[in-house]
Write a protein that binds this ligand. Structure first.
Ligand SMILES: Nc1nc2c(c(=O)[nH]1)N[C@H]1C(S)=C(S)[C@@H](COP(=O)(O)O)O[C@H]1N2
Ligand SMILES: [Mo]
Length: 216
């Protein structure tokens, strides 16, 4: 199901950061890389609710539960022993900035799923982070080839402000789904709205359809 994560890049021109921001933005638009209503940033803004949690590798764990035959808990060392994959993908925040060509390295969601046996009802997931932050996604979306729990960005360990030691990356949805400081996920037979989704954001969040806010 997951396929080769590098395959998705074939035939797509690598976005070279030369020229002014506006020139680059126009090129990104012409190449169909910028969803409607988004502008290009060459920086990397830091955006989150609450404070940056402290990371203690001795206490950190990653839990998979819910609609699984047996729940699974991984320590930091166990998580670091999992196979890692590199991806290249764009990042679109609902507050209207996009950052292109992010090089991530980490554990593909599809590789994590190999550690457990799903119950037949498992169709959605709630991603769990430090301090109670959650985001909901259909399982199908998490199985896409560029969805991973990232440990590195551009060859460097993820900093705390960007979600280190571990964050989810879901490039095809608005970035509030790319949960920072991830600590596990629950598989569900129904969609359970997450933190921003309960606070007015769209349940799914497709940037190409501008699914920014819910209609409620
Ligand atoms: N745990 C957690 N993850 C989060 C958020 C948050 O508030 N808490 N904010 C999301 C939003 S809205 C965005 S745009 C991205 C920003 O990631 P960055 O700060 O690395 O650019 O993180 C997402 N992940
Ligand atoms: Mo965001």
């Amino acid at each position: 199901m997951a396929g080769n994560p590098r395959e998705g890049n074939r035939g797509v021109s690598r976005f070279e950061p030369l020229g002014t921001r506006r020139e680059l933005e126009n090129r990104a638009k012409a190449e169909g890389r910028l969803p409607p209503g988004q502008s290009l940033t060459l920086k990397w803004p830091v955006l989150h609710y609450g404070s940056i949690p402290h990371f203690d590798p001795a206490k950190w764990d990653f839990k998979i539960s819910g609609e699984v035959q047996e729940p699974r808990r991984l320590t930091w060392n166990e998580f670091r022993a999992l196979p890692e994959t590199e991806t290249l993908s764009d990042f679109h925040c609902v507050t209207r900035w996009s950052r292109l060509d992010n090089r991530w390295k980490g554990v593909l969601f599809s590789d994590l799923l190999k550690l457990i046996k799903l119950k037949p009802g498992a169709q959605f997931a709630s991603i769990l982070a430090e301090e109670g932050y959650t985001a909901n996604l259909p399982l199908e979306d998490l199985l896409k080839p560029k969805v991973l729990f990232a440990l590195e960005h551009d060859g460097e360990p993820l900093t705390g402000e960007h979600g280190g030691p571990l964050r989810l990356i879901v490039p095809h949805l608005y970035a509030w789904k790319s949960v920072k400081w991830a600590r596990g996920f629950v598989l569900l037979d129904h969609d359970r709205l997450g933190f921003w989704e309960r606070n007015g954001y769209h349940a799914y969040g497709d940037p190409w359809k501008e699914q920014r806010y819910s209609d409620r």
